[in-house]
Design a protein around this ligand. Sequence first.
Ligand code: FE
Length: 186
Amino acid sequence: MQSRKFDAFVQALDEAVNGAERTEAAILKDAEALVRDLISVDDWLPDAYAQPHPDYYQQYCLHVCPRDTFSVVSFVWGPGQYTPVHDHTVWGVIGMLRGSETSERYVRQPDGRYTSAGVDTLHPGMTECVSPDIGDVHKVSNALDDQVSISIHVYGANIGKVERHVFVPETGEAKSFVSGYAQPQV
Ligand code: FE
């Protein structure tokens, strides 16, 4: 993917993530600021990475650090599409580029069930962070039922290869999954 703006973003992110003795909190702070800057103007994402699928939300890989210490993904939501309740197991920053999405946060109860801890609605320019330390379980939905929405995600690993979990919140049942990536529509 070629974009001068995106290349500068990746380079700054590489310094923020791979610098010496970086704490997760410091990485998240820097990565969130970089994502906020990247999504402040919606003029750089190639159409190939912005195409919805009629049946599934799409996860297009925009960049993976050669050391697998971070990855950048465009999530493309068709009208009405949503994820199951899931975790990430690594830090992540979500930035809304186009349209709108909702993120319903879930917390694990002592009996193992997951219950809703509230819903955040993201509009273009807004960001949200996840990690096992600050809250890692949520369900994300396209907030719009007549329009495509797109968010840009950065994760502290090659997220398409990470084994993580989807949950049945009512029972706490967990299933492992590995998301992979969608093929860009070039
Ligand atoms: Fe997520």
